[in-house]
Design a protein. Structure first.
Length: 258
């Protein structure tokens, strides 16, 4: 299951700092090192330029100093660092032991800084979205495409790929060929208006992930995912792709989110 990160993040821990070699998907190590080095250098050298590059308001000026200290900051599991509507609804900390183990093995969080991490990878709190264009490396969405193309086909395994990323993060890796054929993207629509509403979208995606993890559901492909979600009480509409090698698009209809 592919997730977006959150803009807001919990504070870094007080434990040991980042150990880049410990992160999952070691094939991304070189690309991570390059982004991390440029981000730290930028934020340490010129606060105003860094704030402009990162698209930060005056009220978020402190995020620049946080980035400048990334190599020294304490690290904590990514599943604790990422906060916000989707992660509140997912509630990783309140899952039972079996569901938490499934989360550790099946969730990948995409990131402008790290490329992608698993929820138990220890990272510091940072600010660097996939939409950022660094002066040296350029637009991060484009920068990550090459490294992601090398590692993601293997990381995606042989079963269902449930893609819950937002557009900016989806740009970093798009499944192709056989992998695309077993990929399902999800759009959450407010049933009365049939429009995407940000809060409904994020909260329901978090609830969907939690439901699948708690149920121990392991659908083999998109068609089985549709049935699994319906069994879990979701209202799902989908159109079967016209050609092989195309991702499935699922619409989940909601009236309200509690």
């Amino acid at each position: 299951m592919l997730l977006p990160p959150s803009e807001g993040k919990a504070a870094s821990g007080r434990g040991a700092p980042l150990r880049p070699e410990s992160l999952s998907l070691p094939g991304l190590a070189g690309a991570r090192a390059a982004v991390l080095a440029e981000l730290v250098e930028l934020c340490a050298a010129d606060e105003e330029k860094a704030r402009e590059v990162l698209g930060l308001s005056e009220g978020l000026r402190g995020e620049v100093a946080k980035n400048a200290g990334l190599l020294r900051a304490g690290a904590r599991p990514a599943g604790e660092v990422y906060t916000g509507v989707l992660y509140d609804a997912l509630g990783l900390a309140t899952l039972d032991a079996a569901a938490r183990e499934r989360a550790r093995s099946s969730l990948l969080v995409f990131s402008g800084l790290w490329g992608a991490v698993r929820v138990d990878d220890r990272i510091p709190s940072y600010r660097c979205s996939m939409g950022v264009r660094l002066p040296g490396l350029g637009a991060l969405g484009a920068y990550w495409r090459g490294p992601m193309a090398e590692v993601m086909p293997e990381a995606a395994g042989e079963g269902l790929v449930l893609d819950l990323r937002s557009a900016a993060y989806a740009a970093a890796w798009r499944p192709k060929g056989e992998t695309a054929g077993r990929t399902a993207t999800v759009r959450v629509l407010h049933a009365p208006t049939r429009k995407v509403v940000s809060h409904f979208n994020k909260a329901t995606k978090g609830r969907i992930v939690r439901s699948l993890l708690e149920a121990g559901a392991a659908p083999a492909g998109p068609a089985e995912l549709v049935e699994a979600l319906r069994d879990l009480g979701y209202v799902v509409e989908c159109a079967v792709p016209e050609k092989a090698g195309q991702a499935w698009s699922l619409d989940v209809l909601v009236d309200e989110v509690h």
